[in-house]
Write a protein that binds this ligand. Structure first.
Ligand code: AMP
Length: 281
């Protein structure tokens, strides 16, 4: 497995692979890898000859009061995990390599980024779309795999690829959960045992919502209340519970078609997100 730190070396590696008629699958991450990330690696492997994992904690997608400085890192552990999944190359640039001078060109998505996490994390998605563009230009992939765990991010990146004509196929892979139902996340490391236990109410509330809809509930407010009450009872501090159209990400007044129920909740200082896509009717 190759470990590459510079953009020029990364481009040379990918160019050589493409000249050899190999297709390249890309898995962008911020490291501290877990089975959720590795499921994306497996998915990329199914669709491409060469798999590149990027590990870069991108400062431009963190707000001033967010967890950039304490974001968990374990580069050696990440390399080991990638080796066990036959990753071909890790691209792990420094911040200076990615942002050698003040960046004044940015990629902005204007609609899907406005609500959900976009409301509580202003500037976050501009950081994401811009860094993913830079990673695309460094790694030159044919396909890129993102997780449904970050549903809004996946929707925005798909739209970016479509609108800006990137010659890249985006694949979105399902959410991987711990056996107790908590969606895997690098940030789960921040949770105390007690917070972890209480945070299980996120997935439980999504499951209850799914059941209620399967039993005929069609009022989004009722579903919103159900989720809110369950999470509040666990002591979670709700950032948002949103019930939106899965394509437009705008709120729905009636449960019909493909809907996305997305939540963001704080347990202590740790902000967790989770979601469920439900086909109604
Ligand atoms: P991150 O390192 O948190 O930026 O995540 C990198 C990629 O892994 C993103 O596309 C995430 O959506 C995806 N990912 C993170 N957690 C999970 C999970 N539990 N299941 C599936 N994909 C995930």
């Amino acid at each position: 497995m190759k470990i590459i730190n510079t953009i020029s070396e990364m481009q040379a590696y990918s160019t050589a692979q493409r000249k050899a008629d190999k297709t390249i699958g890309l898995v962008p991450t911020m490291g501290f890898l877990h089975e959720g990330h590795l499921s994306l690696v497996d998915k990329a492997r199914q669709h491409a000859d060469i798999v590149i994992v990027t590990i870069f904690v991108n400062p431009t997608q963190f707000g001033p009061n967010e967890d950039l400085d304490r974001y968990p890192r374990d580069f050696e552990g990440d390399c080991h995990q990638c080796e066990t999944r036959n990753v071909d190359a890790i691209f792990a640039p420094t911040v200076d390599e990615m942002y050698p001078e003040k960046q004044t060109c940015w990629v902005n998505e204007d609609e899907l980024s406005l609500n959900l996490c976009g409301k509580s994390r202003p500037g976050h998605f501009r950081g994401v779309t811009s860094v993913v563009t830079k990673l695309f230009n460094a790694c030159l992939p044919d396909i890129a795999v993102f997780g449904q765990k970050d549903a809004q991010q996946a929707a925005i990146l798909k739209k970016m690829v479509l609108d800006l004509n990137f010659p890249i196929k985006v694949i979105v892979a399902p959410i991987v959960r711990e056996s107790d139902g908590l969606a895997l996340s690098s940030r789960n490391k921040y949770l105390s045992d007690d917070e972890h236990q209480r945070s299980l109410s996120i997935n439980l509330s999504l499951e209850e919502a799914e059941k209620a809809i399967a039993n005929g509930e069609r009022n989004p407010n009722t579903i919103h209340d159900l989720i809110t009450k369950m999470i509040a009872a666990s002591g979670g501090n709700i950032d948002y519970v949103e019930i939106v159209d899965n394509k437009t990400l705008s709120s729905v007044s009636e449960l019909t078609g493909e809907i996305l129920i997305a939540v963001a909740v704080f347990y202590g200082k740790t902000r967790l997100i989770d979601n469920s896509v439900i086909q109604v009717g």
